[in-house]
Write a protein that binds this ligand. Structure first.
Ligand SMILES: CC(C)(COP(=O)(O)OP(=O)(O)OC[C@H]1O[C@@H](n2cnc3c(N)ncnc32)[C@H](O)[C@@H]1OP(=O)(O)O)[C@@H](O)C(=O)NCCC(=O)NCCS
Length: 159
């Protein structure tokens, strides 16, 4: 864990938070897979009720973020990303665990996610207790037009 890392949670549109998230977004996602969101997509989902964004910062520098959308007592992890130079130091896991805590505080009992079947993030999700639910063949289309399977995972987080 990185000393002085702090997490900020946003439930409404915040210009600075959107800019910091886009900074990590543009560095974190491999363009081949076309998984990075655009600023309008991010701003659009932040306007939906039940969405929250958690940003991990060291001083003022954004290192990672988690984006979650909830409906009633369920939620979906939409995006999780850490800047490449800061990976392997527990920031992704910290963001995920904090998302569980925030979800529980909101009375949410389960979290779902979809991830490309070849994404190493699956190691983190399984380590954190997510269970495989099913495979969606050809669910994602990369920027090169290639199709990639998605795996869906779920975890019970209610207590
Ligand atoms: C997935 C991602 C968020 C992980 O962030 P991170 O800060 O490096 O993760 P952590 O350091 O907290 O890793 C925690 C655990 O996850 C696992 N893990 C994370 N990345 C891994 C990788 N590339 N390969 C294998 N295991 C990995 C490890 O088990 C690790 O535990 P350990 O330290 O005991 O070995 C980061 O790699 C990323 O931003 N990827 C690109 C964006 C993306 O594809 N996000 C997921 C879909 S939205």
């Amino acid at each position: 864990m990185i000393p002085n890392l702090h997490l900020d949670i946003y439930e409404d549109t915040d210009r600075n938070a959107l800019a910091d998230t886009m900074e990590v977004m543009s560095a974190a996602f491999d363009p081949v897979f076309g998984e990075a969101w655009t600023l309008p997509q991010l701003a659009g989902v932040m306007m939906m009720p039940g969405t929250w964004l958690t940003i991990a910062r060291l001083d003022a520098t954004p290192l990672g973020f988690a984006l979650v959308r909830s409906v009633l007592d369920e939620c979906e992890l939409l995006l999780l990303a850490v800047a490449p130079l800061w990976r392997g130091r527990g920031i992704g896991e910290t963001l995920l665990r904090n998302s569980f805590i925030t979800a529980r505080r909101k009375g949410i009992i389960s979290m779902n996610l979809e991830v490309r079947a070849s994404n190493n993030a699956i190691h983190l999700y399984e380590k954190s207790g997510f269970e495989y639910v099913h495979r969606r063949p050809g669910y994602y289309r990369g920027n090169d037009g290639q199709l990639y399977d998605a795996l869906s995972f779920r975890i019970d987080i209610g207590m």
